[in-house]
Design a binder for this molecule. Structure first.
Ligand code: SF4
Length: 273
């Protein structure tokens, strides 16, 4: 007998209490966040600016971006030699939402990283031999040079993944995502009003579901994600059905106690976590 890592119930998986399926774990994201907290020797910029990291998954970070030294620092890792390695690049802290679980916390809403800094980080990540560069934020598509940066990644020969909240329906962005064939992950944080309560943006559920349908119709490689808050766990059956209707995978990830999630933990965390 094991205990469910989401709701804490003494259940074998699939958990009978919160209905988490073993395949629902999003090991890559979880492992990155866990190791990020544990790497005490690494210089992180914890101020209201943007943070960068390169990670080897599953197993641990292999390098992080130091704003102080303006370069990647190698750090110890337990990662197996064949682990898929990716660079996590936060392009901006701008975002239309103020999510109750946002990992950026007080770093949210402090602007974009200059183009030259991102280009340098992309070049360094590629030189480190990562398998994939993840473009995230904030909301990465709000970076005024997002399309340029996406093309910059692909020019290095490294594959790209974009973590977006699905707010953007601008044709230039949609066309670039479709033309480049990059993987795009979009979260639904609950079903209908629950999603809007999590983002604190009225109408955001309607907008993101519209975006998902638009992106799907344009042939963009989509994954639907969710964070397993109370709202996310409650929405899992509806999300599975919606993902099936769209013909895309669903990849939930665990709630992590950092950023705004710490302040709202009692309100948003699944019972027992
Ligand atoms: S969409 Fe992402 S970056 Fe924006 S507030 Fe929500 S969690 Fe934070």
């Amino acid at each position: 007998m094991t205990s469910c890592s989401v709701c804490g119930s003494p259940n074998d998986l699939p958990c009978q209490a919160c209905r988490l399926q073993p395949q629902d774990y999003h090991a890559v994201k979880d492992a990155w966040l866990v190791h990020r907290r544990e790497e005490a020797d690494v210089v992180y910029d914890r101020g209201p600016t943007v943070e960068w990291a390169v990670a080897a998954m599953p197993g641990g970070i292999v390098a992080v971006w130091s704003r102080q030294q303006q370069r990647f620092l190698a750090v110890p890792t337990q990662a197996p030699a064949d682990a898929r390695r990716y660079a996590w690049l936060e392009l901006t802290t701008a975002c239309p939402h103020r999510c109750r679980h946002c990992f950026l916390g007080s770093r949210l809403g402090h602007g974009h990283v200059p183009l030259a800094d991102v280009e340098k980080a992309i070049a360094e990540a590629a030189a480190l031999g990562v398998d994939e560069i993840v473009l995230t934020g904030g909301e990465p598509t709000m970076h005024p040079r997002f399309v340029t940066l996406l093309e910059c990644v692909l020019e290095t020969g490294v594959s790209a993944r974009v973590l977006t909240n699905g707010w953007t329906q601008r044709e230039a962005v949609v066309a670039a995502l479709a033309a480049t064939g990059v993987e795009v992950e979009i979260p639904l944080l609950g079903w209908k009003d629950d999603h809007d309560r999590m983002t604190r943006t009225p109408g955001s559920f309607q907008r993101v579901t519209d975006t998902l349908r638009i992106y799907r119709s344009r042939g963009i490689a989509l994954t639907l994600t969710t964070t397993l808050t109370k709202a996310g766990v409650h929405a899992l059956p509806a999300l599975r059905q919606f993902a099936a209707e769209l013909g895309v995978p669903l990849a939930p990830s665990s709630l992590v106690p950092q950023g705004t999630a710490v302040d709202n933990w009692e309100e948003i965390a699944p019972t027992g976590s």
